[in-house]
Write a protein that binds this ligand. Sequence first.
Ligand code: ATP
Ligand code: MG
Length: 382
Amino acid sequence: MLHPGLPLKLTTNNSLYRGNYDSKVISVDEEEKQLIISAPLQNGRLILLPVGTILKVRPAGSSEDLGFQAEILSRTFQPQRTLTVTLPHAISHSGRAKPQDGSQAHGHTARVIAVTSGKGGVGKTTVSINMGVALSRMGYRVCLIDVDLGTANIEFLLNLNPPYNIAHLLNGEKSIDEIIIEGPENLLILPGASGLDRLANLSQWQFTRLVNSFNKLDQISDIVILDTGAGISANVTNFLLAADEIVVVTTPDPHAVLDAYALIKTAAQKKEGLQIKLIVNMVEKASDEARVKLNLLKACQDHLSQPLTYLGAIPESKTVIRSIREMDPFISRYPDCSAATRLQGICSRLIGTKTKVEQEPEKKGLHRFIGELQKLFNASGE
Ligand SMILES: Nc1ncnc2c1ncn2[C@@H]1O[C@H](COP(=O)(O)OP(=O)(O)OP(=O)(O)O)[C@@H](O)[C@H]1O
Ligand SMILES: [Mg+2]
């Protein structure tokens, strides 16, 4: 009954994209149990439904009971905007682009990764954005949150202009579905999270609202990346201590390396058993990478008894600078450049390293994170 050209009605209950959409069949692949349809429109407007969304699909004009449930497996933008969705009997949550480690994406709680540095300007935001896109491509649903309390610049760097932010959530005007926006390649972005520093001052009502919203975010994300500020103030370290794992970015510059060490020391003294990982950015020579890696790993082991997992290095690159000017992640615009290749390796290693929370699943997710964060902000009196 499904044939190319057949007009379709799509419905989804996905909390972010609830609605009815128009589409049509482009092709049917019975063998793979897949259907390719045109990207959905609502009132003539293109809707970027994310991979993993569950849809009710039915031929336009037919009754509800002729419909079937489908999951979006992938999207294409060139030469035509299309969605590949499952045909009946092929529903599977892990059916979207498979995570490359062969494991399933994490179900309904997110892995919270804080990206940080001792010194400012070493590339945290650049790494966070591109890592988000790379992980998203690997099939994970990724949400990027800018918790740098000084500046909220992810939206600006991606040339996005979100109408609402976390302040609208906390004052009750908007729900989390309404403030989250979709950036490049399915990456979800929660704008203006700088309000999170006032966690200790939130009313009970606001805190409950935040927890409920983060529970929703847990359900739609596999990985949450927090782009934090630099340094050792409680405004930064609280996010690190509450996260499941910490990615420290440094450059080979000795000042940046010393500040990275000071940050790791402060965090390790505040909490035992942290999972800390290292990326060296803006590397000009392989010997610089080797020096920083050796020095930091050894110092953390010898003086702090804090293991550090080395994720890899990203070269100093004109292509990276160009992509920042073009307001597009280098991993999307220049996927074959050396920075992109190295970053892909870093993401594979990041995913390959199991977190403690995976061994204790009940302890993971944004629900735990936000409770922990509030305790930390209360204790540090910020
Ligand atoms: N791999 C790289 N090669 C060349 N230049 C880079 C690279 N990574 C970052 N940069 C440069 O460093 C600048 C700062 O990067 P970014 O904003 O990501 O740092 P940050 O650590 O987030 O800074 P802040 O501490 O201010 O938040 C970029 O604008 C870019 O010019
Ligand atoms: Mg930054």
